[in-house]
Write a protein that binds this ligand. Structure first.
Ligand code: SF4
Ligand code: ZN
Ligand code: ZN
Length: 309
């Protein structure tokens, strides 16, 4: 039996190749909580009395985030949580996720609010994808714009000051590489653990899991017996993101810690990128808040032309 490196008592269930630690179930759980608390404090994500909207899709990362936030929040009696789910309207996929999100919220005693594309925009994502089939927009590009907007509306509706999303270390590092491969390095400046609200009407987005590897979020959800939806979105993942995911996983296996190294490198580069970005006079899209050359970014423009926005 391999003993836990930390408590030196119990049997280890997981070895962290990047740190050399072997951890028992209890020490692993504690280490995840510690890591998330450190991320929250390092980036000053929350005030003690924030009302926090947790974006819960029903997948493993977001349901794990909801459980973690619920535990952290017990130490902050003046702060409140509300789970927010966006129902994009994706046939044979979103319904299960919605019931899982609401079940987890009920279990934790957290208010749960759902906002749908149909109510906000008049169409489901399936319908919009059909309408946009002659444009160059991918379903995820459309979904991304409309969902960001939907979260902002939902957060204002529930009077939240912050929106916590479940992006993990892997998501963040993949996005860095994707931006480089798309020839859009300045966008990296925007992949931040805390996103500034571009305008007063945008609610601050924070990513408390951004320093937890995907594998560890999954293990956490598994050992806490958290119920989540395992089905991938039918539109999910461009081929390129999947290839990057596989490449990074292969690299991490042979060179443990490489994902953290990329994450930290970006942290160090970000001030320079932001400076260069401000000199480039990039604007923020007045509709979705993403960096844009013009007043309205390209995806929002196309959605406007389709009379969806
Ligand atoms: Fe939306 Fe794409 Fe995510 Fe599906 S995979 S929910 S289409 S962003
Ligand atoms: Zn232990
Ligand atoms: Zn936009």
């Amino acid at each position: 039996m391999v003993r836990c490196t930390l408590c030196k008592e119990r049997e280890s269930i997981y070895t962290r190749a990047y740190s050399g630690e072997s951890l028992c179930r209890r020490c692993f759980e504690r280490s995840i909580m510690r890591k998330v608390r450190m991320t929250i404090s390092r980036y000053g994500m929350f005030e003690y009395d924030d009302r926090i909207a947790v974006a819960v899709s029903g997948g493993k990362d977001s349901t794990a985030l909801l459980h973690i936030m619920a535990e952290i929040e017990t130490r902050f009696p003046k702060s409140t949580l509300v789970a927010v789910t966006i129902d994009e309207g994706i046939k044979d996929y979103r319904d299960e996720a919605l019931s899982i999100a609401s079940e987890n919220s009920r279990l934790l005693g957290i208010e749960h609010v759902t906002v749908s594309f149909k109510d906000l925009y008049g169409y489901t994502l399936d319908e919009i994808v059909e309408m946009a089939s002659r444009t160059q927009l991918t379903p995820c590009a459309i979904c991304g714009v409309l969902r960001r907007r939907a979260f902002n509306i939902a957060a204002r509706m529930v009077k939240a000051e912050k929106i916590a999303t479940a992006h993990n270390l892997d998501d963040e590092v993949q996005t860095v590489i994707l931006n480089i491969l798309h020839g859009d390095p300045f966008r990296i400046a925007r992949i931040k653990p805390v996103l500034d609200s571009a305008q007063a009407e945008f609610v601050r987005r924070v990513k408390p899991l951004c320093e937890v590897p995907e594998r560890e979020v999954a293990l956490y959800a598994y050992i806490k017996k958290i119920k989540f939806q395992d089905l991938p979105c039918p539109y999910a993942g461009t081929a390129l993101r999947n290839e990057i995911r596989n490449m990074l996983n292969r690299l991490e296996e042979r060179h443990p810690g490489i994902k953290y190294a990329i994450f930290r490198s970006v942290e160090r580069m970000r001030p320079y990128l932001e400076k260069a970005l401000s000199e480039l006079k990039m604007r923020r899209c007045i509709i979705c808040g993403e960096p844009s050359v013009g007043e309205v970014c390209q995806p929002c423009q196309i959605l406007r032309d389709l009379k969806i926005l």
